[in-house]
Design a protein around this ligand. Structure first.
Ligand SMILES: O=P(O)(O)OC(CO)CO
Ligand SMILES: [Mg+2]
Ligand SMILES: [Mg+2]
Length: 283
């Protein structure tokens, strides 16, 4: 049967590849990036984030004029963050802006596509590794065309967990993050890692390199594409409170197996940032 959204997915792959070229070119450019801040002094944005998002949205609008968008930098500029039943492109032009600013070599372009609030495809381009991760609902997940499969490990004590610190630095939040890290590390697990990008962390789960990833404070554009890549690679998604994953809740556990996800949830000191669908503009 013909795949209704295959054209859109092909376009997402080429747009992500082009975006990756722009990112690599910006890193080669000797001129220093102007770094601006958003929700906090460590929530960074550059002109390259804005340029890449505009490029992606313009190219999609030309081909699919009726589609909707949720883009990180458009929302930051005041566009509404509204997920409807319409075909919607959910874009993080640079996932890992802090890495980009510091040339830490994990940077992704993330493009998710949802219809009726269900993810139809996800594309994550890890542009410095030249790895194109793709997933189409019901048709598996791939990296550069090779099928992905999560790890078979069922023992959390034999696992590597990916985690991040987020961009909130108030004492209460930092304490909760460290309580969780301490508990997870002390299980013990083999190790805790973090690529500095939610999208790549999720692709690492899908690839079987880490058993699970969790984070509180991410946004829908960080995890939309990655969530489908994880589930199509055989993984599971939960909220950090143990409930079903909710892309608007700003909390995610992505794991190879339910037993690992549920074990991890027991150790996470969860909290509730303002939901993406409840936040005012210019967050
Ligand atoms: O670099 P960005 O897009 O701000 O995303 C961060 C999380 O908010 C890394 O995943
Ligand atoms: Mg991001
Ligand atoms: Mg970003």
């Amino acid at each position: 049967m013909a795949d209704l959204w295959q054209n859109a997915m092909d376009h997402a792959v080429s747009a992500a590849r082009h975006a990756g070229e722009v990112v690599r070119e910006a890193l080669r450019d000797d001129r220093k990036q102007t770094v601006m801040t958003k929700s906090s002094s460590v929530d960074l944005v550059t002109q390259t984030d804005q340029k890449v998002e505009k490029l992606i949205i313009q190219s999609v609008k030309e081909k699919f004029p009726t589609h909707s968008f949720i883009g990180e930098e458009s929302v930051s500029a005041g566009e509404p963050l509204l997920l409807t039943d319409a075909p919607t492109w959910i874009i993080d032009p640079i996932d890992g802006t802090t890495n980009f600013v510091h040339t830490f070599p994990f940077i992704a372009v993330s493009i998710g596509f949802s219809v009726n609030k269900q993810m139809e495809f996800g594309v994550v381009y890890s542009c410095l590794e030249d790895k194109m991760y793709t997933a189409r609902r019901g048709r598996g997940a791939f990296c550069n065309g090779e099928p992905l499969q999560v790890s078979h490990q069922e023992d959390i004590n034999q696992s590597i967990i990916a985690a991040e610190f987020g961009s909130t630095r108030d004492a209460e939040t930092v304490d909760k993050i460290f309580i969780s890290l301490r508990r997870v590390l002390s299980l013990p697990v083999h190790g805790i890692r973090g690529a500095g990008t939610a999208a790549i962390n999720m692709c690492l789960v899908a690839s079987g390199c880490v058993e699970a990833y969790y984070e509180i404070g991410i946004h829908v554009w960080d995890v939309a594409a990655g969530s489908l890549i994880v589930s199509e690679a055989g993984g599971v998604l939960l909220d950090t409170d143990g409930g079903p994953a909710d892309l608007m809740s700003r909390r995610i556990v992505a794991a190879n197996r339910r037993i690992i996800a549920e074990r991890l949830v027991k150790e996470i000191e969860t909290f509730s940032p303002i939901r993406d669908d409840a936040a005012p503009a210019n967050q």
